[in-house]
Design a protein around this ligand. Structure first.
Ligand SMILES: [Cu+2]
Length: 232
């Protein structure tokens, strides 16, 4: 591509991006684009620290936003994506998270979304925590209902050796029943809101993997099949 053509291409690309973003803003009324959106709002009550299932309007400011060298990033390192696990057997999810000062959370029952994001002035990283959420996937074509989850836990304790660890299941309710599951991280600022980043174009701050959970007999058969296939 010669240089004039390249410039033209960039101008067209830039104007397309501007058009798309300005169109989507134009669709909202001036009141909806105003920081006073929550004042005298007949449709939503004020966000008051409770997790209001009917929705609410929050006037908490977004707060301190880190620079691009301190953006949060997560990776589920255990189990591995696509792994087959045994049903009704506890397992551990391990998550590597960078650029987050972990171990910080307020009371989710009374202080949900009530404080802005805060950046640690020593490290430049956001104060916060993460969550692990697991959902049964019934379809490959339609997104799962977020109201339904097989497991959820806030990762409130600080990372150990750079990893969050969470056992899935308990002594009375072991592991997961058979099925196809999605395991995701949901990283958050200390007041539980999603972490706010300095730029739009970046890597995701969260990670998801899919695993298969099968009863132990089936798992053994699958492994044997794989082993046999190797030796054929
Ligand atoms: Cu939280």
């Amino acid at each position: 591509m010669n240089s004039r053509l390249a410039v033209l291409f960039l101008v067209v690309l830039a104007s397309t991006i501007t058009l798309v973003s300005s169109q989507s803003v134009v669709d909202f009324t001036p009141a909806e684009r105003d920081n006073n959106i929550c004042k005298n709002n007949p449709d939503f009550g004020p966000t008051n620290g409770l997790q209001n299932k009917n929705g609410s309007c929050s006037d908490t400011v977004q707060g301190e936003i880190p620079d691009v060298d301190h953006m949060v990033s997560s990776l589920i390192v255990e189990p591995s994506n696509g792994e087959t696990l045994e049903a009704n057997k506890n397992f551990t999810v391990k998550i590597s998270t960078i650029n987050l000062v972990t171990g910080f959370f307020d009371d989710p029952a009374t202080q949900y979304y009530t404080f802005p994001q805060v950046v640690d002035d020593k490290t430049g990283n956001i104060f916060g925590h993460s969550h692990v959420t697991i959902q049964l996937l019934k379809s490959f074509d339609v997104a799962p209902d977020p109201k339904l989850f097989a497991f959820f836990k806030g990762l409130n304790a600080p990372e150990v050796d750079g990893l969050f660890s969470q056992e899935i299941g308990s002594a009375t309710n072991n592991g997961l029943p058979p099925g196809l599951y999605r395991i995701c991280t949901m990283v958050a600022s200390f007041a539980h809101q999603p972490t706010i980043m300095p730029v739009a174009q970046r890597g995701a701050q969260d990670d998801c993997i899919r695993i298969k959970v099968v009863d132990s007999k089936k798992k053994r058969n699958t492994l044997n099949k794989k082993r046999n296939a190797k030796f054929l």
